[in-house]
Ligand binder design. Structure first.
Ligand code: SF4
Length: 350
């Protein structure tokens, strides 16, 4: 039987000494702002701390409170989010801000079940907000915590089947700790900075003596993971239509789903390789397209995409239809996803 309260003391003492300064983290002795905690947790899903930092600061300067964010136009939120990926998060962020203002007078609820009912907030984020912002005894298990737990208890069952086991072990370790907000952050911080996926820094770890994987010499092998099936690949064409002045054509993506409400360079449907080859361009036949002999690859959660790039000069009589021509300076004001930014940069280099 392990001494749980000793483990908790060791982790909190380590955190008090080694916690990193983060723009969204409250300084010692201050209560974290739930708006900051929520915003950072949504941004950090699938994204690294280094990438999120500038986006977080930009959002706070544009919309310092959840009420200000709720009043923002969705297009402006998507534009500020452009480049962070997984754009459904930005739409839900905006929706969630509006619900918090309408139903909670602009104050985040502290209970996990109320948080869970909000748009874009799943079990992990609800637990993270409840514990970090409100010091409630909730256990937020992210990839970092899963890794630490799999090692300290030498859990060899592979992910994702082991998720529930890892959660139960994390809850047992965190149970009845005296500082839930700090403990949640400390658990994640240990995984992010010491118990890293490769070459964990065990000599600097407060839990080294109790760590079963360390003692067995298998730390770096855990957590085991089932090999993921390869993503299917879709293909398509993307069009770079540019005026002599340098302005190029963009359009608002129509329909629901991927990149909903964002801007793009005109593109065909994304389909299998053979069908993509035969897809005609949707413009006036007078446009003289040539292949740039370049492709852009992009990985989405459920498929990989390969886009062939075609370009054509826009003559004086070219009508942009529902699209619009923008300069490289003006494009900053439009929500252009990372995929399309990659294409744009490549075309501008030609
Ligand atoms: Fe991770 Fe090493 Fe600490 Fe074990 S001793 S929890 S493997 S850093």
């Amino acid at each position: 039987m392990r001494n749980r309260s000793k483990l908790q003391e060791q982790l909190l003492a380590w955190y008090d000494k080694h916690q990193r300064v983060m723009p969204w983290r409250a300084v010692k002795g201050r209560t974290p702002d739930p708006y900051h905690v929520w915003l950072s947790e949504i941004m950090l899903q699938q994204t690294t701390v280094v990438t999120v930092g500038p986006y977080f600061m930009k959002f706070l300067s544009k919309w310092p409170t959840v009420t200000a964010l709720a009043k923002a136009k969705l297009d402006d939120v998507l534009t500020a989010w452009a480049g962070l990926g997984y754009y459904a998060r930005a739409r839900n962020l905006h929706k969630c801000a509006q619900v918090i203002v309408a139903e909670y007078s602009g104050r985040f609820p502290s209970a996990q079940d109320e948080l869970l009912a909000l748009p874009g907030i799943g079990p992990y984020t609800a637990a993270a907000i409840s514990s970090i912002a409100f010091n409630q005894p909730a256990v937020a298990v992210d990839g970092n915590v899963e890794r630490v737990v799999s090692r300290i208890d030498a859990i060899e069952e592979p992910l994702p089947a082991s998720k529930e086991t890892l959660r139960a072990h994390a809850a047992e370790i965190a149970n009845n700790n005296t500082r839930p907000s700090d403990f949640t952050q400390a658990f994640m911080e240990l995984g992010a900075t010491v118990c890293t996926p490769r070459k964990p820094k065990c000599p600097s770890c407060p839990w080294q003596k109790s760590c079963k994987a360390y003692n067995k010499g298998i730390a770096e092998e855990l957590p085991r993971k089932l090999l993921k099936a390869k993503n299917p690949v879709r293909y398509g064409k993307v069009y770079w239509i540019q005026k002599k002045s340098g302005e190029f054509l963009i359009e608002k993506r129509i329909g629901k789903g991927l990149y909903e409400g964002m801007f793009q360079l005109p593109t065909t449907a994304w389909t299998d390789k053979a069908a993509a080859k035969k897809l005609p361009h949707p413009f006036d036949k007078k446009l003289r397209f040539k292949s740039l002999e370049a492709t852009v690859r992009h990985t989405f959660t459920h498929f990989d995409l390969v886009l062939e790039i075609w370009s054509a000069p826009a003559g004086k009589d070219f009508s942009p239809g529902s699209g619009l021509f923008v300069s490289t300076a003006e494009i900053e004001a439009y929500a252009l996803p990372t995929l399309m930014q990659k294409v744009m940069k490549l075309c501008l280099r030609q």
